[in-house]
Ligand binder design. Sequence first.
Ligand code: ZN
Length: 318
Amino acid sequence: MPIWFTMDLDVEFDNERFGKPYGLSNPGIEKGVPLFLEIFKKFQIPTTFHIQEQANPRHSVSLRYPSIIEAIKSQNHELGLHTHFEKGYDSTSREREIASGVKRLEEKYGKIVSFRAGRYFTNEDTVKILEKYGIKHDVSPYKNTSIGNMRWYNIPDSPYHPGYKDITKPGKAKILMIPVTNKRLGVILDGSISLDLMKKGTEFLISMSKKFSQPIIIFLTTHSWKFLDPVKGDIRKDVIQRLEEYFAFLQRFNIEFMNVKTLGERWEQGKFSPYFLEAPDLLGRSLSSFSPRRYFWFSKHILFYRKYLKYILFKKID
Ligand SMILES: [Zn+2]
């Protein structure tokens, strides 16, 4: 069965990361994006760049950095929308933020179909607004986390159409929710997880593809500031090396690489139904035995105890 790999990147003002006021300089955008573009070109990774746009033009990446957007477009990557909602944002404020972003991007760059909420904080109101503005894919679900008032615990591991009353459950909404591959499988760029675990998680997903009659999707997400030192703003060569090594590793498998738009379209065309992976919590092994998260998967899936034990003891996945 096919294995799909999708990459996306949130391009946002560095204050989101460093807790500073919106400044003049944004190394995450100015240095980070060109760096990523180079790497994506080298490994031929089609990517979706979610561009931060807020109603306030000061907080619009496309207005302040048009040349960066042009550079992304010139390599045929997809542009998506990335909007941050402050705490307590009601539906009207959410709509104001989303509408301004969609309008600004579409005026210059054509139809926008993919969206990620700042800090993954989408909700039922947001989904309705997104549909109103023609957005087709919301890539905000982040399994096994709680964000704002959202509880992303029992969502499918695959894309799914959510319910309008509860977007964590499959339902009748038109929008397609696409969860990112959860860090419990180790597929995360964050330096806190070893490259070895990332590879393990990837191998696990690939091995699962044999059991499914639909595509297995490895969905990796990151930010444009990820490769910069948070204090000095210098490029972190070790992190770049890590990403390059991971991309080189992916080349060994028969993987189809695609951006969010293509992934969404192909999922819809295939009329696949949402699936849940019986996945062990690979991250559990790297946590202390006193951490309750280590036992998260184990306690949830007690029936699969043998499989889990085998993994713990022999580091083997069926
Ligand atoms: Zn963000």
